[in-house]
Design a protein around this ligand. Structure first.
Ligand code: ZN
Length: 448
C-alpha cells in the first residue's frame, strides 16, 4: 500500500510530494519530490504520530467529576482521595472499557503510542487476581481494540510516604513487594502483543524506598524507567525533610539517571536541578493540561530548553486528550509565568510549534524506548491534517504547525494510521461507536 502526501514532516521539516510505501505495518520506501501513482491514497499533510509518555487510562472515567469546591484547600491531595474512591469499584472489564475510550481519543488527538503508567494491579480487597497480570491484560486489550501502540510500565508501589511510611487503605490495590513485583513483571510481559514493549515504573520516592529502587533497577537493566518526581511542593518539602535533598536532585545523586529515564512532571526544580536534569540525557515527562487541572505548578520549560533538556508530553489523568493542546498548554504556561510570547522557540528554531513538535517527537520516542519519525523500517504511524480546515487558510511550511497547535487542534486531524492500519478516518476512530458504548456502560455503573 502506498500513500502520497503534499507535505510530510521528515527530518524536522516539511518536505513536499512525499510517497510512503507501507508493508507489514512498516515504512518500506520513502520518496520525496515524486508524483502520485493512480493507486496511491492521497492526503494533504502527514505528521509522524507522537508518543504519549504518561497515561493512567482508567482516570478518563472520572474526567470532570472532581471540579467542585469541597473544602477550603482543594488541591492535588484532595483530588487523589476522589480518584482513590473512583478506582475502588473498577474491575478488569471496566479498565479495558474505560482505557479503550482513552486510547481511542489519543489516536483521534494525534498520539500513536502510549506509555501506560500502570499501578492498579489488585482486586478491590487488595489481593492479587488469580492471574496477577489481569489488569495488565485489560490494558493490552484496550490497546488492541483501538490499535494504539503500547509501552506498558508496571508500577512498583510499597509505601504511603517518604521514609517507608505505611500505605493507606486507598492504596491497597497498588501494593507489591520486590519478589511479587518480579512475578508481576514476568506475567505482564507474557501479555504483550505486536510491537508493544515494557519498562518499569517505580511510582515515586514517596512510594519506593532506596533499597527497593536499587532492586527494581537490577531487575530491569534495560528499557524505560519512569518515575513521578517533584509534582507537588509538599512532596519536595517532605523529600527534603527525609533526605536533605529535593526529589530530582536525590534521583540524580543516587540513581544513575540516564537516557532510559523519564521523570514525570519534574515541575518543581531549582536552577541546579534544571541544568543537571538536562545534562543527564533523561526525558522530562510533561503533562501540562493535567498539571494545570490539578494546580501542580509550572515546569521551568524555557530555562530547561535553553539548557537543551529533553521532554515528552503526556496526558496523565486524561482530563482532556489532545496532543496539540498539550503543546499549546506548555507554551502558554511559560507566557503566563514570564509575561512574554514565543517562549519555547530559539534563534535556530524561531517557530514555536515546529520547535515543540520536533522536541516532543524525539523525546517522547526516547522515553518509550522506540525510534522517532518517518524512516524506512519504522512503524507506519501517521497523522494527517485536514488542510481544508479554515485554520489552515493560506498556510505555508513555516507556520503550518503553529496553526495546528495554536488555532486548529484535534479537530483538524483527518486520518490516523497506526502500524499501517487506518484507525481514524475523517477525525473519528473507526470503532468509536462500539468502544464509546462499552465505556458509557462501565462509567454509568461506577458513578451510580
Ligand atoms: Zn501520573
Amino acid at each position: 500500500m502506498a500513500y502520497w502526501f503534499q507535505r510530510a514532516w521528515i527530518d524536522n521539516r516539511w518536505q513536499h510530494d512525499v510517497r510512503l510505501t507501507v508493508a507489514e505495518g512498516r515504512i518500506s520506501a520513502l520518496e520525496v519530490g515524486v508524483g502520485a501513482t493512480p493507486s496511491d491514497e492521497r492526503h494533504a499533510a502527514a505528521l509522524p504520530g507522537l508518543c504519549n509518555v504518561h497515561s493512567h487510562g482508567f482516570q478518563r472515567g472520572m474526567a470532570g467529576l472532581s471540579e467542585r469546591r469541597s473544602r477550603p484547600n482543594d488541591n492535588f491531595w484532595s483530588w487523589r482521595e476522589i480518584m482513590y474512591r473512583f478506582l475502588d469499584r473498577l474491575t478488569p472489564e471496566d479498565v479495558a472499557a474505560i482505557t479503550a475510550q482513552a486510547y481511542l481519543e489519543m489516536l483521534e488527538g494525534g498520539f500513536t503510542r502510549v506509555g501506560e503508567f500502570h499501578y492498579l494491579h489488585h482486586d478491590p480487597a487488595g489481593a492479587p487476581y488469580a492471574d496477577p497480570a489481569a489488569m495488565a491484560e485489560a490494558i493490552v486489550e484496550a490497546s488492541t481494540a483501538t490499535g494504539i501502540g503500547l509501552t506498558l510500565l508496571p508500577v512498583f508501589y510499597a509505601h504511603g510516604n517518604f521514609g517507608g511510611a505505611a500505605p493507606s487503605h486507598g492504596q491497597r490495590r497498588f501494593l507489591s513487594n520486590v519478589d511479587g513485583f518480579a512475578s508481576l513483571l514476568d506475567a505482564s510481559r507474557s501479555k504483550l502483543v505486536g510491537d508493544a514493549n515494557m519498562g518499569i515504573a517505580p511510582h515515586s520516592l514517596r512510594a519506593v524506598a532506596p533499597d527497593q529502587l536499587a532492586a527494581l533497577l537490577a531487575m530491569s537493566p534495560t528499557g524505560p524507567v519512569h518515575i513521578h518526581a517533584a509534582e507537588q511542593e509538599k512532596e519536595v518539602a517532605d523529600c527534603v525533610a527525609w533526605s536533605g535533598a529535593r526529589p530530582v536532585a536525590w534521583l540524580l545523586d543516587n540513581a544513575d539517571v540516564d537516557a532510559r529515564w523519564c521523570l514525570i512532571h519534574s515541575t518543581h526544580l531549582d536552577a541546579g536541578e534544571v541544568a543537571r536534569l538536562a545534562a543527564s540525557g533523561a526525558v522530562a515527562g510533561l503533562c501540562p493540561i493535567t498539571e494545570a487541572n490539578l494546580g501542580d505548578g509550572i515546569f521551568p520549560a524555557s530555562d530547561y530548553l535553553v539548557a537543551d533538556g529533553r521532554f515528552g508530553i503526556g496526558t496523565d489523568s486524561n482530563i482532556l486528550i489532545d496532543a496539540a493542546g498539550e503543546l499549546r498548554a506548555l507554551e502558554y504556561s511559560q507566557r503566563l509565568a514570564h509575561r512574554a510570547r514565543a517562549m519555547l522557540a530559539g534563534d535556530a528554531a524561531p517557530f514555536v510549534g515546529a520547535n515543540l513538535y520536533t522536541r516532543a517527537l524525539v523525546g517522547g520516542a526516547q522515553a518509550l524506548g522506540v525510534e522517532a519519525g518517518f524512516a524506512i523500517g519504522q512503524p507506519a504511524d501517521i497523522v494527517s491534517l485536514d488542510l481544508t480546515h479554515p485554520s489552515f487558510a493560506g498556510t505555508n511550511d513555516a507556520t503550518l504547525l503553529d496553526r495546528w497547535i495554536f488555532a486548529g487542534g484535534a479537530g483538524t486531524i483527518d486520518c490516523v494510521w497506526r502500524a499501517g492500519i487506518k484507525r481514524v478516518d475523517g477525525g473519528r476512530h473507526v470503532d468509536r461507536t462500539a468502544i464509546a458504548a462499552a465505556y458509557r456502560k462501565s462509567v454509568e455503573r461506577i458513578v451510580a
